[in-house]
Ligand binder design. Structure first.
Ligand code: PLP
Length: 458
C-alpha cells in the first residue's frame, strides 16, 4: 500500500474540469419549486428577474450530469485550490483509535471557508451576462467576504446587506469586505423601502437575516442590470461545491482509500452536498455504500426535528417555495456561535436524499462542539470554524466507536473553514459562559405554524 502523506495536494492538472450534478443520478427528484405569485411549479424564466440566466438554468437542470467549469472560474480556483486532503495522524494518535481519519480542508483562502467555490462561479456568470452589479446578504460574514473577493476579481460592483448586529459586532469582517471594494450596508437600512418600513416600526432593531435578504432582493429587482445571489441551499450552489467531493475522491483513489463514513456540517447543505456528491453517486448506482452523516446544531435542528414541507427560503417570504426539511421560515434560532448553521431550511436535494433514507443526521450541542474544536486545534494545529467543528465532533465520536469495536474504518469529514473571526465564541467557551440551548416542542411549533398554505399541496 502507498505510504500515506500527512497532506495530499493534487496537481493543477488533476483538478476537476467539470462539476457534477447529483440530480442526474437520483432515482426520484426533489419536488419542483413553487412560484408564490402563481402557486404553480416555477419555470426557468420565472427566476430571471432575480438570478442571472445561466444560474437559473443550472438551478432547474436535473439532467446534465457533468457541467463544464468555465476557464476563468478554473483560473481563479487555481489561486487557492486544489485544497489538501489531510490524514489526521495526530488526532488518531491522541484518540488512540484504529480508525483512519481524513479531512478535506477548505479554509485556505482569505474568506476562510468553502463559500468561495460558489461565489466565484456566481460572480463569473453575472459578469458574462453583462450585469453591472450584484447584491447579497450576509449574517456571520463568511458569504459576504467570499462574494466580495469574487466580485473584485471579476470587476463587478457588489452591495452586501449585513445584519446590523454582526455589522456592529464583527467590524473586521466588514474591513475585509472593504478591502475587496464591496459596499457594506447595515441592515435594516434607509436604502430600501422594506428597510425604511422596518426602521419606522422598530428604530432600535438589530436586524435579521430574513430582513437583509428582503433588502438585497428589493435592491436587485429595482436596480437596472442588477441581480441577487445566494450562498447556500440552492441546487446551483451544490453543483459548484461538488468540486470538494470530486477532488476528495481523486485524492482517495490515489491513496487506494475509500471512505466508510462521510461526515459534514449542515447549515443550508452546500458543503455537505458538495463533499458527498461523487460518493452519493456511487451509492445511488450501487457501486459502494458509505454511511453519510449530516451534523447540525441542537439549537437549529432542521433535519432531526424539522418537517419535510414546502417553505420559503427566506424569512421575508418573497423567494420561491421549496420542499425541504424546515423549522418554518418564521423560526428564530437562539443565539448560537455557529452563525453559518442558523438557517431554518435545508437544501432540497439533501432533504430528498435524507427523506429517502440515503443519509443520516445527528444534532450536537455547542459546548461539546467547542470541546471538539479545541481538541482538534491542539492536535492538528488548525483552528476550526465553529460550523466545521460540528463535523469534527461527529468524526471524533465515530472514531471512538471504532476504538470500542476495534474496527479500522476510514472516516472522511469536511473541514469547511477557520475560526479566526469567532474568537469571542472561543473565549466564551474558555471562560465557561457558553450555554447549550435546545428548543422545546412548543417553540418549534411556532415555527411550523409559519409554514405556507398551498392549495391542493399543504
Ligand atoms: C456557511 C458555512 C457553513 C454552512 O453552510 P453550508 O451551506 O451548510 O455548507 C459551514 N462552514 C462554514 C465555515 C461556513 O462559513
Amino acid at each position: 500500500m502507498t505510504k500515506i502523506p500527512h497532506r495530499l495536494y493534487l496537481t493543477e492538472d488533476q483538478m476537476p474540469k467539470q462539476w457534477y450534478n447529483l440530480r442526474a443520478d437520483m432515482k426520484e427528484q426533489p419536488d419542483p419549486i413553487i412560484n408564490p405569485a402563481t402557486m404553480r411549479p416555477a419555470v426557468e424564466e420565472d427566476l430571471y428577474p432575480v438570478f442571472c440566466k445561466k444560474l437559473a438554468h443550472q438551478e432547474m437542470d436535473a439532467q446534465t450530469r457533468f457541467v463544464d467549469i468555465p476557464e476563468p472560474v478554473q483560473e481563479m480556483y487555481k489561486i487557492y485550490r486544489p485544497s489538501p486532503l489531510i490524514r489526521a495522524y495526530e488526532l488518531e494518535r491522541a484518540l488512540d483509535t484504529p480508525a483512519r481519519i481524513y479531512y478535506k480542508f477548505e479554509g485556505n483562502n482569505t474568506s476562510g471557508s468553502h463559500k468561495l467555490n460558489s461565489a466565484i462561479a456566481q460572480a463569473y456568470y453575472a459578469k458574462e451576462q453583462g450585469l453591472t452589479s450584484l447584491t447579497t446578504e450576509t449574517g456571520a460574514g463568511q458569504w459576504g467576504t467570499a462574494l466580495s473577493e469574487a466580485c473584485c476579481y471579476f470587476d463587478i460592483p457588489l452591495t452586501v446587506y449585513m445584519v446590523k448586529v454582526s455589522y456592529e459586532q464583527k467590524p473586521f469582517r466588514k474591513s475585509v469586505m472593504h478591502t475587496f471594494d464591496a459596499n457594506v450596508i447595515a441592515s435594516p437600512s434607509e436604502t430600501t423601502e422594506v428597510g425604511r418600513r422596518i426602521l419606522a416600526e422598530n428604530p432600535k432593531t438589530t436586524g435579521s437575516l430574513g430582513c437583509a435578504i428582503s433588502e438585497a432582493v428589493e435592491k436587485a429587482v429595482t436596480t437596472k442590470g442588477c441581480r441577487y445571489v445566494l450562498g447556500s441551499v440552492l441546487n446551483q450552489v451544490l453543483l459548484h461545491q461538488s468540486i470538494i467531493g470530486l477532488e476528495s475522491q481523486t485524492a482517495m483513489e490515489i491513496l487506494g482509500e475509500y471512505p466508510d463514513i462521510i461526515i459534514g456540517c449542515a447549515g443550508g447543505g452546500s458543503n455537505l452536498g458538495g463533499l458527498i456528491a461523487p460518493f452519493m453517486r456511487d451509492k445511488l448506482t450501487g457501486k459502494a455504500n458509505p454511511r453519510i452523516i449530516a451534523v447540525e446544531p441542537a439549537s437549529c435542528p432542521s433535519f432531526t426535528r424539522g418537517k419535510y414541507a414546502y417553505d420559503f427560503c427566506d424569512t421575508g417570504k418573497i423567494t420561491p417555495m421549496a420542499r425541504m426539511y424546515t423549522l418554518g421560515c418564521g423560526f428564530i434560532p437562539s443565539a448560537n456561535h455557529a452563525g453559518g448553521l442558523r438557517y431554518h431550511g435545508m437544501s432540497p436535494i439533501l432533504s430528498k436524499l435524507y427523506h429517502d433514507g440515503y443519509m443520516e443526521a445527528v444534532s450536537v450541542e455547542q459546548t461539546s462542539v467547542f470541546e471538539a474544536a479545541t481538541y482538534f486545534a491542539k492536535h492538528e494545529t488548525i483552528l476550526p470554524a465553529p460550523e466545521s467543528a460540528h463535523a469534527i465532533r461527529a468524526a471524533i465520536d465515530e472514531a471512538l466507536k471504532c476504538k470500542e469495536s476495534g474496527e479500522s474504518k476510514t472516516i472522511l469529514f469536511g473541514l469547511t473553514g477557520t475560526g479566526y473571526f469567532d474568537m469571542t465564541a472561543y473565549a466564551s467557551y474558555q471562560e465557561g459562559h457558553m450555554q447549550d440551548y435546545i428548543p422545546t416542542d412548543e417553540e418549534l411549533q411556532k415555527g411550523f405554524d409559519s409554514l405556507p398554505h398551498i392549495p391542493d399541496i399543504q
